[in-house]
Every structure is written in structure tokens, then in C-alpha cells.
Design a protein around this ligand. Sequence first.
Ligand SMILES: Nc1ncnc2c1ncn2[C@@H]1O[C@H](COP(=O)(O)OP(=O)(O)O)[C@@H](O)[C@H]1O
Ligand SMILES: [Mg+2]
Length: 300
Amino acid sequence: MEARLPAPALCPSCSQASDPADLDLALRRAQEQLVQSEKLASIGQLAAGVAHEINNPVGYVFSNFTTLERYLKDLFRMLAAYEAAEEHLRGTPAASRLAALRREIELDYLKEDVPTLMSETLEGIARVRKIVQDLKDFSHVDADQQWEWTDLHRGLDSTLNIVNNEIKYKADVVKEYGALPEVQCLAPEMNQVFMNLLVNAAQAIDKPRGRITLRSGAADGEAWVEVEDDGCGISEEHRLRIFDPFFTTKPVGAGTGLGLSLSYGIVRKHGGRMEVDSEPGRGSRFRVTIPVRHEEAAAP
Ligand SMILES: Nc1ncnc2c1ncn2[C@@H]1O[C@H](COP(=O)(O)OP(=O)(O)O)[C@@H](O)[C@H]1O
Ligand SMILES: [Mg+2]
């Protein structure tokens, strides 16, 4: 499948569309792109809102649950003391009532199962908390965009958690992180880039189970992050077009063709670059490199 809207012929010297029909096409493309980025922004806002709302109830469920666990431990201790005291009731009607009740409620099983239930539930709540935190980290819509010193590994990890759903059934994720200094960047936007690369990598996997490798490193005042997959790869012909807005090879509904073009724009805004190395049938490797320190002049 090809791009929804073909790229208009651009004048090589001024990069403007040379033909009125092309100009119309370029306008429509720009408009669609604006609508799309507006949509992305409101999705981010929605995610942050939902995360904020969930945060509170999850917080008290978590803290009540920890208290409940302590109370239950005490109750079990008390129960053990009662059981020890039962000795003295042997032969009385009270003893047989207690024995019947013990069988009815399967006390021994209960004693085993309650702690398991508690720890599984706690794990579940902890996971919800983590997702909420990741959503907050990811959307980070606090007013203006800030060039902040950021741990890119943290951004990559929380983005990975968010798109884990898309990935976990298709590929194993291998992390080969190097040493990264904090990088001055627009953190939510960089997360957006990671998300696009991760989702693309997962979508490229065309065998029962693939592998996505994440690498990172820094050299000469620059930091880089790499997302490699062992999926379908990209043909030479397509490779020239993957950064074009609306270029997609995916069926309608699966791809918008905007992921890489938006990512490219974000990376350029950081004064960085994006490289791709791919072989059809073997897989692809996308590398994002940005300067560690943001220079105002570097942004176009
Ligand atoms: N990791 C990858 N492996 C193979 N093809 C890829 C990969 N990443 C991107 N592509 C190609 O680039 C095209 C454009 O990607 P993108 O801009 O993210 O749009 P979309 O994913 O919506 O199609 C994809 O349709 C696909 O053909
Ligand atoms: Mg994509």
C-alpha cells in the first residue's frame, strides 16, 4: 500500500510546490498534519487527566491494603491463640461446634490462601500504580514545553510499559543500555519518538516471536538510542519515503503514516538526527542521536 496522499512535486530551490494542484495538495497535507498533531496533543491531555484521576483512588487502595495486611496478620495470630486454647474445651458441645465450623469454612485452606490472595492483589495494585506513573511521565502536559535534563532510559522504560500491550505477544525486548548522561530535551516529545519506533518495531515482526533490542550510548556531546527489530525490514524503494508524512505500507486503520515524520520533526527540533539501517527480511535498526545539551541556535 502507498501513501494516502502522494508527495507533491516540490521546486528544488525553494521547496515550494510548483504547480497549483500540488500547492493544493501540500496545503491539504499540512492541514491534515495539523489536525493530527492537535489530536495527539489532546490524547496526551486525556491520558494525563485519566492518570491524575486514577492516581488518587489507587493511592488509598494501596495504603489501606497495606494496613489490612497488617491487621490480618494480627487476626491470624489471635486465631492461633484461640486454637491453642481449644484444648481446654475438648469433649464439650462448644468444641464440636467449632470443629464443624472449621470444616465448613475450610479454615486450613483459608489460612493458606489469604496471604497468597493478599500478595497477588498487592502486586496488581502496584502494577496499576506503575502504569499511572508511566502515563503521567509520558504525557507530562504541564503547561509549556520545557527543555529539561532527562534520563532517557527512564523515558524509554515508561514508554515501553505503555506500549507493552502491542509488544508483549510479538517480541522479546532485550535491553543493552550503555551509559547515558542526563540529556536536555523535551521529555514528552522524546517519549513520543520512542513510542513510534517501538510500535513500528513490533508491527514489523512477521514471525511467531521476534526480538526487539534497545541500545544506548553517548559520545562527543551526543546521546543516542537505538531500536532494532528482526522483522520484515524495509525495501530500498520504501526507505526513501518512510519519513514522508502519510507514507504507510500498513492497512487502513493500522497505520497513519505519521509516526516517523512526526518523530523526524521532533528529533530535528532537538538539533539531532535519525538514521535507519535495514535489510528486507532481516530487520531494521533506527538510531536517534541528539545533543546532550540543547543549544537554542540548533533548533530550526
Ligand atoms: N521497524 C520497521 N520495520 C519495517 N518497516 C518499518 C519500520 N518502521 C517503519 N517502517 C515503514 O515505514 C512506514 C512509515 O512508518 P510510520 O511513519 O511510523 O507510519 P505507520 O507506522 O503508521 O505506517 C511504515 O508503514 C513501514 O512501511
Ligand atoms: Mg508507525
